[in-house]
Design a protein around this ligand. Structure first.
Ligand code: SF4
Length: 104
């Protein structure tokens, strides 16, 4: 396999305006960049479900979820899943609500 030569294309860094255009393009494809980011860290179940639904339309969903699992994200919606204390949970419990199985 040859290196260089007239048939080889070498990636060039983006110019500042090209970089801005790229960021805008990505933002348009990634829901958490084009919607209120607070939605992904909401307390209300309906808003959390809205974030999860938007994640399911995201082209980065699989990688986002894998990264969040690797980083043990402490909270928020990542890759269409809810994280609490670094693990995926089915539902986020409301603030201040005690667990049913908590010791009395
Ligand atoms: S999958 Fe990740 S990158 Fe995509 S919208 Fe959800 S949180 Fe954002």
């Amino acid at each position: 396999m040859s290196q260089g030569g007239s048939g080889t294309r070498v990636a060039q860094p983006l110019t500042h305006s090209e970089g801005r255009e790229f960021d805008e393009l990505v933002a348009g494809l990634v829901p958490c960049r084009s919607n209120d980011p607070e939605l992904w860290f909401a307390e209300q179940t309906a808003r959390i479900e809205e974030a999860k639904a938007l994640c399911r339309e995201c082209p980065l969903v699989a990688g986002c979820l894998a990264g969040a699992v690797d980083r043990a994200e402490p909270w928020g919606v990542w890759g269409g899943e809810v994280f609490v204390d670094g693990v995926v949970v089915a539902r986020k419990r409301g603030r201040g609500r005690p667990r049913k199985d908590a010791a009395a």
